[in-house]
Design a protein around this ligand. Structure first.
Ligand code: ATP
Length: 211
């Protein structure tokens, strides 16, 4: 069964690093769709610079013309911290126990996974696809992963959850943190974010705190 990809994040703002990993993973691993799941209140960091409504407007603009990219707002509709384990339990209730789910994580996020709320439960709910990310560790560090390490993508289709698969994507050294700094310094984020995102940020004067 074709897996559903899940890309959670703060998306503050969504950028071409996110878009590219979603597309490359969806194509290479034959996903039926990739759901972008913005976090309301990320447990591991300070509050986002943009409120959820604005981040969702940017996401909608970013994914609008890409077939297979969808938006999943369940973390924004739920009160309290956005724990991925709750999101996955909720999703499982909808898609059933047989549907393969693949949580897409950059290598940086994967390394931090053992600090996530109830992370040991994740392998029962989803596969994890780890995308390479420039700037951090390039070698997979996943000795603590409780499930299997898959060597070929077909294994992601054969079972609903429990595997980790490492996938090399085009290296794009873009981060939302760097983009926020850039805009705050009066520089343009153009060509690092989708055009529609750049236009909206510009029109709304978002992230411009320099006066
Ligand atoms: P910030 O700089 O604010 O922490 P970010 O750019 O890391 O933000 P997030 O919304 O936190 O963006 O990321 C969501 C997911 O996308 C994470 O799993 C992260 O590892 C991954 N990701 C983000 N940017 C890239 C990139 N350039 N290459 C590969 N993976 C990325």
């Amino acid at each position: 069964m074709a897996p559903i990809g899940l890309l959670g994040g703060t998306f503050d703002p969504v950028h071409l690093g996110h878009m590219r990993i979603a597309l490359e993973v969806m194509e290479a691993l034959a996903f039926q769709e990739v759901r972008f799941i913005p976090a309301a209140s990320p447990p591991h960091r300070s509050d986002p610079a943009l409120d959820a409504h604005a981040r969702v407007r940017l996401l909608r603009a970013a994914i609008a013309d890409q077939p297979g990219f969808t938006l999943d707002l369940r973390e924004l509709e739920r009160p309290g911290p956005s724990y991925m384990v709750d999101t996955l339990i909720d999703l499982r209730g909808e898609v059933g126990t047989e549907q393969p789910l693949c949580l897409i994580l950059g290598m940086d996020a994967f390394s931090l996974l053992p600090s996530w709320h109830r992370w040991e439960a994740l392998a029962e709910l989803t596969h994890v696809v780890v995308a390479s990310r420039p700037g951090g560790a390039q070698r997979p560090e996943g000795a603590w992963w409780r499930g299997s390490v898959f060597m070929n993508p077909e294994q992601l289709q054969a079972t609903p959850a429990g595997g980790v698969y490492f996938h090399r994507v085009t290296a794009l050294e873009i981060s939302a943190t760097r983009l926020r700094q850039l805009i705050n310094q009066g520089q343009s984020p153009r060509y690092l974010v989708p055009d529609a995102v750049w236009r909206m940020i510009d029109e709304e004067h978002w992230y411009q705190f320099h006066g």
